[in-house]
Write a protein of this length. Structure first.
Length: 389
């Protein structure tokens, strides 16, 4: 399947991942980057601060963080991340995938149980496999099924009559491929009942969900310091940078800093990348003395709401399970019209349940969205039979 549609993936692109960028020959409207709050744009306070940081610290420190590889800016980054997500402590890694895949094996091992949402990211699936823990899968965002899986696993204990579980870790997604937010409050209620450790993947929700951009916990009104043991986030989305973070109780983070392989052997986030993250968080929280962060969050939700409502009025299925598999044609036709979108297929989705993602940013103008709905989306929806009403 990949070789039949390889032109849809890994496309050659030039320029900044802002409102527009260029492929090999055509300037395109960029609806494929997770630049939610526009911090990846080539102009603005973040860009200026990164330039100054390069002059002070260079591009990297060329050693692992455990081997005396922490600069003051790394400590500042960990402190502000913990403050932002409402945790006691945090650690950062230079790769988002490794944040999950290297953290999970450091949290659980043999004689432990992991209960995982069926749609968890491949980095989580990889980390669970490495951990050697027993794995049980629950239906996506289904609290009733989660409780059933927990009840059965706890009542039966370890396989071969090996006794009670040493540790139980439940891993849930903050925001799914379908755009559904996790039922975090109900999960917290189960946590209090069954006494498991809760791991929340906030990769897409950080800086994008909640009135202050703090993510899924902000939306659901739960206390991250009290109700969540481990929070994972990435800096490759709203922050316009790279890497990931783990936040939680100080005792957990202190242990991970000596056990998680990405922290022990990997290089830390490069100083300019760290500076980009620090300032984008400061702006989002309003600690730069302006309302720029709140204005960006408001524009993001305004753009998203306008696009979603217009697509629904035209008859498209938006954020639902019954998706059409006619994505290769859709992506190519969009590209011919100067629009780059994200198509997500197998293995990230079931073979016949592919997805199209329109990644909206504050960098997009209302005119961009109006033009998208008036011409390409309407025309292609009719041409390819993608509408349902």
């Amino acid at each position: 399947m990949y070789y039949c549609n390889h032109d849809l993936f890994n496309p050659p692109l030039m320029g900044i991942a802002g409102r527009t960028f260029t492929n090999t020959c055509l300037e395109c409207l960029n609806l494929s980057s997770y630049n939610y709050l526009g911090f990846a744009d080539s102009q603005g306070p973040c860009t200026d601060a990164v330039k100054d940081c390069i002059q002070r610290h260079g591009m990297g420190i060329v050693t692992s963080q455990l081997d005396a590889g922490s600069l003051a800016i790394h400590l500042q980054l960990e402190s502000i991340v913990a403050h932002f997500v409402g945790a006691k402590s945090a650690m950062c890694t230079s790769m988002g995938f490794a944040t999950n895949s290297n953290t999970i094996p450091a949290l659980v091992g043999k004689e432990s149980l992991i209960v995982s949402d069926e749609l968890n990211h491949s980095s989580i699936v990889f980390g669970m496999g490495v951990s050697e823990a027993t794995i049980r899968v629950c239906k996506h965002n289904n609290i009733k099924d989660l409780e059933t899986v927990l009840h059965d696993a706890i009542s039966q204990g370890q396989p071969c009559n090996c006794g009670l579980w040493k540790k139980i870790l439940v891993i849930v997604k903050g925001l799914s491929m379908e755009g559904r937010a996790a039922q975090s409050q109900y999960t917290v209620d189960l946590k209090k009942k069954y006494k498991f450790f809760l791991y929340v993947n906030k990769a897409h929700s950080m800086c994008a969900l909640g009135p202050y951009g703090c993510g899924i916990c902000d939306v659901m009104g739960i206390d991250p310091a009290k109700d969540v043991d481990v929070m994972m986030g990435t800096f490759t989305k709203s922050f316009g940078s790279a890497g990931g973070c783990i936040a939680g109780k100080k005792t957990i983070i202190d242990n991970l800093q000596t056990q998680a392989l990405s922290h022990v052997y990997g290089e830390p986030i490069s100083p300019p990348m760290a500076q980009q993250i620090i300032l984008s968080i400061c702006i989002t929280m309003g600690e730069d003395g302006t309302t720029d962060g709140q204005d960006r969050i408001a524009r993001l939700w305004d753009n998203s709401t306008v696009l979603r409502n217009k697509l629904k009025r035209m008859g498209f299925i938006v954020y639902r399970d019954e998706e059409t598999p006619v994505l290769p044609a859709f992506s190519r036709e969009c590209l011919d019209r100067g629009i780059v979108v994200v198509v997500v297929g197998h293995l990230a989705t079931p073979t016949v349940s592919c997805r199209v993602r329109f990644c909206i940013s504050v960098s997009h103008s209302r005119e961009d969205i109006e033009n998208l709905n008036r011409d390409p989306a309407k025309e292609l929806g009719d041409k390819l039979g993608l509408k349902v009403s």
